[in-house]
Design a protein around this ligand. Sequence first.
Ligand SMILES: [Fe+2]
Ligand SMILES: [Fe+2]
Length: 385
Amino acid sequence: MKNPANNLGGAANRRSFMKKGLAAGTGALGAGLMVGGVPLLARDRDGDDELTRGDVAVLRLLAAAEIIEEDLWRQYSELGGTQDKEVSGVNGGNPLYAAALQTLDPDMPQYVHDNTDDEISHARFLNRYLMSKGHRPVDLDRFRRLPSSQADGARQIRRLTNLTELTVDTSWWTRYRSTTNPDFGSTFEQAVPSLSVGRHPAIPRSNADTAGSELSNPPASLSTHLQAIAFTAGFHFAFIEQGGTSLYHTLSQKVHSREVLRILVSIGGSEIMHFQTWQDKAGNAFPLSDVDLITGSSVTFTDLTKGQPETLQANLIMPEPCEFISNDLPACAVIRPTGPGQIDAVGAIQSFIDDGLFNGHPLFKEFTTLLLDMAREADEARPDV
Ligand SMILES: [Fe+2]
Ligand SMILES: [Fe+2]
């Protein structure tokens, strides 16, 4: 993976060129001009001349969401992913955290790495696509202000997101196992009620969070505390990706350009693949209870594999057919929600905020206001405008 998107490699010059060019008026720019090897005023493959204002708003909101996803996934990958130079950096990872994730599935480090790689590609692609159509890329670099984990394996760089005080909504678990649909007003119980309140770390904040664990005598001996952190991450992975799943499929109904629609359903499909993988793995959490000494929050994981009602049973990972469009129509196995007022753009950004991803951010108000403004613009897009 070269040139991560929010880093648009050597892009300072490119960006300032874009700004100057746009300030001069796009009319002054010929269609033959190239930006980073991409035609500046390219036409859609389907012949549309330009993106509508709504298309641009949707693409910009999604680019912002992907940059945020990339930021949080890189933190998971540095500590718990398969290690390489491009995605995780070369700090060697945190073998204890990775081992705790692997109690959910031995392939977890590969999956964490690859989900990260995918988010990097989404952010980079969306920004480059915007540029190819003569629009500014989204740049959130000035909001990279949060500190890194001090645990072994974490790069010491500034972050957009905080993975140490999460409040994880786990109602997606019962939503996808239910015959009812949030688009019809249904609400859903939590799979892990204690995660949906309080503030829970999903990564080790320092080596104190991995203390008491060791790998030297197989099988590894891992502390309950570290295991609780890894299980929190396991449910958080799925929370993030189910949000992306609904966000893309809600916004795809608002875009005008067929090429933008193709981008949204295609990237949205990969969010589904992520979500489905993670919900399968999260269900492998075994029973434990832990109290975090820093936040004071307690968490309890129960065995969801046995003796559960259908709305909680771990292996029911295929979407249960549910009400869709109209109660006069038969139940249908679908992504949900995909209607307005649920996980649309504002709903997705609000869910990031409620999740605690920006807790403690020194520019919290400015950052979240910017994101919510972008989301409102995206939600105003209409396919026929
Ligand atoms: Fe993504
Ligand atoms: Fe994603």
